[in-house]
Ligand binder design. Structure first.
Ligand code: C2E
Ligand code: MG
Ligand code: MG
Ligand code: MG
Length: 297
């Protein structure tokens, strides 16, 4: 075969890899064209995952997560299409779509759901979005369009060394100056370090799911989470745990001092209508709302 011969010419790798690479490039090019179409045809949508107070069970907010219903491939997860959007120069369009949708939905919940409405919505920002100063104006305008106070929006960013450049720190600070909150996402992976909690103008830190998994039967990992909580508290940052799936994980987090969490244990990310049903079935913080003792459910 051609491959066999190529190997014996010492070029086996190049020849053998070529068709696979072609296939990969073709897939990305296809996906790019499809993504442009999806943005035009409204095939993107947003699901929401509740963020709850571990001790009381009260909903403190929701995180918006992008989804793509591809006409042939079915549901494409964001880890697949966000990188394509970044490479194709479509990330601003995708990001603005999610931001607008999230703000529109939050404004509606706050109008219609009374005490069942979440106080805030969290929107993920891609690293590429932090390279464009225009983001600040887009955020300001979107909040204004939906008559939302800036405090209703939390933007999630993952850490990278690039975030420590003057340009990016400046942009993050401008977002903070608008009054929106910033969360450091996926803490415990990549470049994350406790020092960055002080360096970056963030209001909250999200403990990555990998940490949450390991801390249950590993005292060292549990101690790391406890230290993170302590440093965060000293810096007046909130701590939110991600990907909580079991009661044992929730207990370990509470023991480590972490009071806010999201994960399948509470709810999977839900389409808008299903989230509304879920919210309406949750106990509300009546004590805060009315000053009366909370009824036991
Ligand atoms: P993330 O921001 O860290 O979001 C949390 C991810 O964990 C979500 O995956 C969520 O569905 C998943 N998750 C939540 N609870 C559990 C759990 O209990 N168990 C497990 N196994 N997973 C859980 P998803 O929706 O696939 O998103 C993956 C990543 O894609 C996000 O991670 C975020 O970095 C990115 N992403 C999602 N939506 C957007 C978006 O609109 N814009 C940008 N730039 N990135 C987005
Ligand atoms: Mg996130
Ligand atoms: Mg995360
Ligand atoms: Mg994550």
């Amino acid at each position: 075969t051609a491959m066999y011969e190529a190997k014996h010419q010492g070029r086996g790798r190049a020849v053998a890899f070529q068709p696979a690479m072609h296939e990969r490039i073709r897939k990305v090019v296809d996906m790019e064209a499809d993504l442009r179409r999806a943005l035009r045809d409204d095939d993107l949508f947003v699901v929401y995952q509740p963020i709850v107070d571990l001790a009381s069970g009260h909903v403190k907010g929701v995180e918006a997560l992008a989804r793509w219903q591809h006409p042939q491939r079915g549901l494409v997860p964001p880890v697949e299409f966000i990188p394509v959007a970044e490479e194709a120069g479509l990330i601003e369009a995708v990001g603005e779509f999610v931001l607008r949708r999230a703000c529109r939905d939050l404004a509606r919940w706050q109008r219609d759901l009374g005490p069942h409405a979440p106080a805030s919505v969290s929107v993920n920002l891609s690293r590429a979005q932090l390279h464009n100063q225009a983001l600040v104006e887009v955020v300001r305008q979107t909040l204004a369009d939906h008559h939302l106070p800036p405090s209703a929006l939390r933007l999630e960013v993952t850490e990278s060394l690039a975030m420590q450049t003057d340009a990016m720190l400046g942009l993050l600070q401008q977002l903070r100056d608008l009054g929106v909150s910033l969360s450091l996402d996926d803490f415990g992976t990549g470049y994350s370090s406790l020092a960055s909690l002080d360096l970056l103008p963030v209001n909250a830190v999200k403990i990555d799911r990998s940490f949450v998994i390991k801390m249950v039967d590993n005292r060292y990992q549990a101690a790391l989470v406890r230290s993170t909580v302590q440093v965060a508290e000293a810096l007046q940052l909130q701590v939110i745990a991600e990907g909580v799936e079991t009661p044992a994980q929730a207990d370990a987090l509470l023991a480590a001092g972490c009071t806010l969490a999201q994960g399948y244990l509470f709810s999977r990310p839900l389409p808008e209508a299903a989230l509304v049903d879920w919210l309406l079935n949750q106990p509300t913080d009546l004590f805060a709302a009315t000053g009366q003792v909370m009824p036991v459910r």
